[in-house]
Design a protein around this ligand. Structure first.
Ligand SMILES: [Zn+2]
Length: 411
């Protein structure tokens, strides 16, 4: 493979630092190199430094002139529901008229309507729609996404979704990290306990045997899966050597963050209603919080999670899109950065750390991606901006100039 030299970034935002997730003041240290450059060999970063230093080492490398634009590690989106059929336009319109998420679910909208469409869709149709979503992510400067199943809710339909993710991996440069979320909702024809048994006895063993997912997730919430049911599922997944994530404390403070700590989950996600005790529990077990301001915004709520308290407590905060058709129909990490700054009072620098290096660690990929350092994969995005703070500042304008994955142009 040829060498590549990126030259003349107004800011090469390296995120260089310790080999672990960043906390407290470290979240503001971006390791910026002005008029920065980067030498890449065989898809990996060889060195970073001032452009004139890199230029001296170039020899036969192909040159990518960043032209005074900013260069960052590709965004790592650690919470998405990438594969589903259709959309939720009717729900969207009902919410605009003032109906709540719960009211809409009662009249046949909500998760259930997406489950019906996803079950009815063929693998080919799901793949085509997922591929379109993958292109959207790349267009927003994202190079890795975590993707959850959860719109099938039968053994065959959950496996179908995970297989679509596997096929999609071969057809897009976007890196996909699969998560099994069979416990996303309770199907209409079963009791919660019956369905939990199905997830544990029939779904999890198949998912593990076919190696279709690295992580297992559960929607731990009132009306979905309670703490005891969530514990049973996640404990079974752990025995199958899957790592854990958990949808926690989104609508009620139901003990999800504490359960994540008890089970040593990699992440607890949402956390809109988490209290001080939940934060302390996560801290004691090094659980990473994944905050999803896009879903708070899209549901028309103002109850954002307590990002500042979490950063001050020393948690390695992550932000993600929660891309899904119902509550967060956005693949845009720059939009999430904007929401994190304006609604959760994170600084622009903290939002960059939370969407790159910290997100990479939450997916067990911190040693390969998430920063521009020697030895890491050359996954980077060039944005048509001069200062990294512009990513969160100019909202609603796509900033992406070009995207590279393992040194190959992906967008
Ligand atoms: Zn979610």
């Amino acid at each position: 493979m040829k060498s590549l030299a990126v030259l003349h970034a107004s800011q090469l935002v390296t995120l260089g630092g310790p080999n672990r997730p960043r906390v407290r003041a470290e979240m503001s240290e971006l390791g910026i190199i002005r008029d920065g450059g980067m030498l890449i060999r065989d898809g990996k970063i060889d060195s970073v430094g001032p452009s004139d230093e890199i230029e001296r080492k170039v020899r036969d490398a192909e040159i990518v002139d960043a032209g005074g634009r900013i260069v960052l590690p590709g965004f790592v989106d650690a919470h998405t529901h990438l594969v589903f059929a259709g959309n939720r336009l009717d729900d969207f319109e009902r919410r605009a008229r003032g109906e709540t998420y719960e009211q809409i679910a009662e009249v046949g909208g909500g998760i259930w309507s997406t489950v019906e469409k996803t079950r009815a869709a063929s693998e080919i149709d799901l793949l085509a729609q997922a591929k379109k979503h993958a292109d959207w992510f790349l267009g927003c400067g994202t190079t890795t996404v975590e993707a959850k199943s959860g719109y099938g809710l039968t053994v065959e339909d959950e496996l179908k979704i995970l297989r679509v993710m596997r096929r999609l991996s071969g057809q897009t440069p976007l890196e996909i990290v699969p998560t099994f979320l069979g416990a996303h909702a309770i199907p209409h024809n079963r009791s919660a306990d019956e369905y939990v048994d199905l997830v544990i006895d029939q779904m999890l063993p198949r998912v593990a045997a076919e190696r279709l997912a690295e992580f297992c997730d559960v929607f731990c919430e009132r009306g979905y899966f309670d703490v005891e049911q969530s514990r049973r599922i996640l404990t079974a997944a752990k025995k199958l050597r899957m790592k854990l994530r958990i949808h926690a404390d989104q609508l009620t403070n139901s003990g999800g963050a504490k359960l994540a700590a008890e089970l040593r989950a990699a992440t607890a996600d949402h956390l809109e209603k988490t209290d001080e005790q939940g934060i302390e529990a996560m801290k004691s077990a090094a659980v990473q919080p994944i905050l999803l301001p896009g879903s708070v915004y899209s549901l028309g709520s103002t109850g954002y999670p307590q990002a500042r308290e979490m950063i001050e407590a020393g948690l390695a905060v992550v932000i993600a899109t929660d891309f899904n058709p119902g509550s967060s129909p956005t693949p845009s990490m720059p939009m999430v950065l904007s929401l994190a700054c304006t609604q959760m009072k994170m600084s622009p620098a903290e939002t960059i750390t939370a969407s790159t290096i910290n997100a990479a660690y939450s997916l067990n990929r911190g040693s390969d991606i998430g920063s521009l350092e020697s030895g890491k994969l050359a996954n980077f995005s060039i944005f048509d901006r001069k200062d990294y703070r512009e990513l969160a500042y100019w909202f609603g304008v796509p900033p992406t100039h070009s995207v590279y994955i393992e040194a190959k142009r992906g967008h």
